[in-house]
Design a protein around this ligand. Structure first.
Ligand code: 9MR
Length: 630
């Protein structure tokens, strides 16, 4: 991997490195590596020209031209920032009017000229109507004869998204029927991968050759994305983010909003917060991926389980006939499990002591196994039938796991692992592009900054200051842009929306640490970007906005290819703009795009338009944050 050529004592990957690595992978192989492309040649359901609008709905979306006054199409909070971006070459300020649903002028002012915006390639102006605090629906902004999509101003703006972004996880569950009563009739489906023909099932899965004897029961968990693979590093990160969202909400006095019977999950009414019920579905799976005591490499976690060959689109989960395979244990997967399970032990303790104890035992065993096997690295070449999720540097995973284990147990051995890690003091732990499944050092800092622990006061203050300083860096990045995106212009990689959302959560953590409004403003403006204030005027979240993504790459929510199947449910976020053009549709349709415009709402564009648990998790986190009212 080219990544290994970089001097990375602390593993902070740059956006350019991620992009270069991915591009070289594509160039080196006949099929795009690490992607769940429809590439089974015998699958008749994959159209030869997947970009042709296949349905009336797709045609409508394609023909709706974006407005040039770009707003958060869902709307704005009465007490939050309210800014919009206007595309205009004018070098002088322009007049703007805010109008209510009846067309009456509610406010007016003049733009500030922002000028050239590197990420979008556009010339921009900013509108700021933050001082307008009235509420209503159907507002529009008009500038220079052009009018925005309509939007609301209301305090309960994010209540729906808080719940829908979480329902995504329920609907990605493997090994359980998705009920119409919870997901709606169109999205209901039978359980996948329980061994009912034609499924081979995840109930007795063999390893790839030479890795283990016999079979394992690795049922359950969430499907990763548009594919039906289950990957421990990504599952661990997404689980951690959901549980972290609950723990943060609890500190803020808002845990009830994610409590029992608040979400559409089958466990409603069990007296356990619903967000923890959802995360437990994955935690149980992650622990099934751990090798039991008495076996070779006990305590290690298998890196992933997925189909032996890529399936085509559509493939309903219960109709996947491919053999499933477990891939070799890895240090990164084991440490992700250690981090998520240690967090589980702390956060679930008040609700289910037995489960919390099981998590702690698993976390301790995972940590010990990773220490004994520190360099079992998942290779980038292992991408047949599922993504590679490769990682050549796991010092950051050691740091994150140690931080979680220390926060939960307070034990000296984990404290020493924290304080002796180069990630504890390195200045580049917070990459401008944000943390990721591959780059987890920032998560260790966030844990140590927010969860009470016994680090010396000065050290804890330093860690907290490092989080705030990283957030300051994001605010300054945003201030230099036309669309206030917490991502540098070279940060539009595969899953850029996930990176934006992750950085949004970092801004929200800085708000918690300091109480200073500018960080809340940054977190809320991250949502503005995702919901339409961007170069394409595209809300990337299904069902939230006037011009929203709806054809994400998914094997069941594949309406664009099969009209009998549904579109993705409301609250599903697309991967987003990716300057790497790493799929055939993007390569055909997006040549020459500016980085922030390298996106197409086509089911075939898996490198710009897939869904994934690690992208919906920070969306759910941010929506829960934004929905809180003091
Ligand atoms: O999110 C992953 C991205 O960072 C990688 O560049 C890309 C190629 O390896 O893979 C992405 O993850 C995909 C995974 O490999 C398979 N399931 C779908 C994931 C989202 O596209």
């Amino acid at each position: 991997m080219p990544l290994s050529l970089l001097p990375r004592p602390r593993g902070a990957r740059t956006a350019a490195a991620l992009l270069t690595g991915a591009l070289l992978l594509i160039a080196a192989q006949s099929a795009p590596a690490g992607a769940d492309a429809p590439r089974t040649p015998t699958t008749p359901a994959v159209p030869k020209t997947p970009t042709a609008p296949a349905t009336p709905a797709a045609r409508t979306a394609a023909s709706a031209a974006p407005a040039a006054v770009q707003v958060n199409q869902l709307g704005y909070l009465p007490d939050g920032p309210k800014r919009a971006t206007v595309v205009s070459a004018s070098t002088t300020a322009l007049a703007w009017q805010l109008r209510d649903a009846a067309g009456r002028r509610a406010a007016s002012g003049t733009t500030s000229v922002r000028g050239a915006d590197a990420a979008s390639g556009q010339s921009t102006h900013l509108v700021d109507f933050s001082s307008y605090h009235r509420t209503g629906t159907g507002y529009t902004l008009t500038v220079d004869g052009r009018t925005s999509h309509p939007f609301d101003i209301r305090a309960n703006l994010y209540d729906g998204l808080r719940s829908d972004a979480m329902s995504f996880f329920y609907q990605q569950r493997s090994g359980i029927p998705i009920e119409a009563s919870l997901a709606g009739a169109a999205h209901a489906r039978p359980a996948g991968h329980l061994g009912v023909a034609p499924n081979r099932g995840d109930t007795a899965v063999p390893c790839v050759s030479g890795v283990c004897d016999g079979t394992r029961d690795v049922r359950g968990g969430w499907y990763d994305a548009g594919d039906q693979g289950k990957y421990v590093v990504n599952g661990g990160l997404a689980t951690w983010q959901l549980v972290n969202s609950f723990e943060r909400a609890k500190r803020a006095g808002h845990a009830a909003a994610l409590g029992d019977s608040t979400l559409r999950v089958p466990e409603r009414g069990n007296r356990i917060p619903d967000v923890l019920d959802e995360a437990r579905w994955e935690l149980d799976f992650l622990m099934r991926m751990q090798i039991p005591e008495g076996e070779p490499r006990a305590g290690m976690a298998f890196h992933k389980v997925h189909d032996a060959a890529w399936t085509g689109l559509p493939t309903r989960p219960e109709q996947d006939a491919e053999p499933r395979e477990l891939h070799a244990p890895s240090t990164a997967a084991t440490l992700n499990l250690a981090a998520a399970a240690a967090q589980c032990a702390r956060v679930y303790a008040p609700y289910d002591a037995a489960f919390a104890a099981r998590c702690l035992d698993s976390a301790r065993r995972a940590w010990a196994a990773a220490k004994a096997n520190p360099d079992l690295l998942a290779p980038g070449s292992d991408s047949t039938g599922g993504g590679a999720y490769d990682d050549g540097e796991v010092g950051d995973e050691f740091y994150w796991a140690a931080a979680e284990l220390y926060a939960t147990t307070g034990e000296a051995r984990y404290r020493d692992a924290v304080t002796s890690s180069p990630y504890h003091t390195a200045s580049d732990v917070f990459a401008p592009i944000g943390f990721s499944w591959q780059d987890t050092g920032a998560l260790g800092r966030i844990v140590l900054a927010t969860v009470p622990n016994h680090l010396p006061a000065a050290d804890r203050a330093r860690v907290r200051a490092s989080v705030v300083s990283a957030a300051d860096g994001l605010l300054s990045t945003m201030a230099g842009q036309g669309y206030a995106v917490p991502l540098p212009a070279d940060g539009y990689v595969w899953g850029s929306n996930g990176q934006v959302a992750n950085n949004g959560t970092l801004l929200a953590v800085a708000y918690e640490l300091t109480g200073q409004r500018r960080y809340r403003t940054g977190a809320l403006e991250s949502l503005d970007y995702l919901l339409g204030r961007n170069a394409l005027g595209q809300s990337y979240v299904t069902g939230y906005g006037d011009r929203t993504t709806q054809n994400q790459h998914h094997r069941f929510w594949a309406h664009q290819y099969d009209a009998s199947l549904p579109n993705p449910p409301a609250g599903s976020i697309a991967g987003g703009a990716n300057a790497g053009l790493q799929d055939p549709v993007a390569q055909e349709k997006l040549q020459g795009c500016a980085p922030a415009a390298c996106y197409i709402d086509d089911i075939g564009s898996y490198s710009t338009n897939e869904v994934a648990i690690n992208w919906n998790a920070p969306l759910a986190w941010l929506a829960a944050f934004a929905a809180e009212r003091d």
